[in-house]
Design a protein around this ligand. Sequence first.
Ligand SMILES: C[S@@+](CC[C@H](N)C(=O)[O-])C[C@H]1O[C@@H](n2cnc3c(N)ncnc32)[C@H](O)[C@@H]1O
Length: 255
Amino acid sequence: MKLVLDTNKGELTATQDGRELTIPLYSPEAFDLLSRQWVKLGWQLRYSYSFTWLGRPIIQMPEDLVRIQEVIYRTQPDVIVETGVAHGGSLIYYAGLCKIMERGRVIGVDIQIRPQNRAAIEGHALASYITLLEGSSTAPETVARIGETIRPGEKVLVILDSCHTKDHVAAELAAYAPLVSVGSYVVATDGIMADLVGVPRAGDDWGWNNPQQAAIEFASSNSNFELADPPLIFNESLVATRVTHWPSAYLKRVA
Ligand SMILES: C[S@@+](CC[C@H](N)C(=O)[O-])C[C@H]1O[C@@H](n2cnc3c(N)ncnc32)[C@H](O)[C@@H]1O
């Protein structure tokens, strides 16, 4: 796509497949087009690798953190399971929400928890809300150990942020979906990979080999889950576009 931004005229012109469209620059449609391109540019430049949460690096887009906060606050889970810990920033973020809500605890799983990350997480002021498990997220013993810590009747929400191949996310969905409570969610993050083909740092197979594809296929073959992107529960803006790395990520358990 060719995008021409004319700030003098206040217009944005998009040309694709021989078709040209000119729209007002200060319009929701232009916001959508420019945001999609901005997300790609930010991904190439590792923009999401530039934040910390209460002292720990957190590899997320700020809007995704605000949206998952909205979902967690509405859902009020007793247990938040996250696969993919890295430096621990997202675990600390979810633990902080649990403390503020006076409800819930967090279980983090990673195939390799580096000693310095473990020490920082275990030494953090929110450590009492967090259980760390080292192992592959799809290993039956990992899933069994998590299952053992969940008490009957507890409301469980799962966030998948480990290995982002379609097969791995599909295996995670199969393993973790049974833990998710009715009315709660399993979130397959980083489906943005599907839109990144052609960006220099992206893989050639990402058009199909991505978490979004796994989530879409899971929803189509599991009638007790549906794809339900979080609604904008407050929106006095003119914008409906989500500036996100997590498109088609939220699978809600409906039965
Ligand atoms: C994108 S990072 C997680 C970022 C973190 N959630 C945050 O928001 O800061 C992905 C992590 O997944 C872990 N990982 C990769 N394959 C895995 C697997 N099979 N099981 C569990 N963790 C895995 C990596 O070690 C890495 O720490």
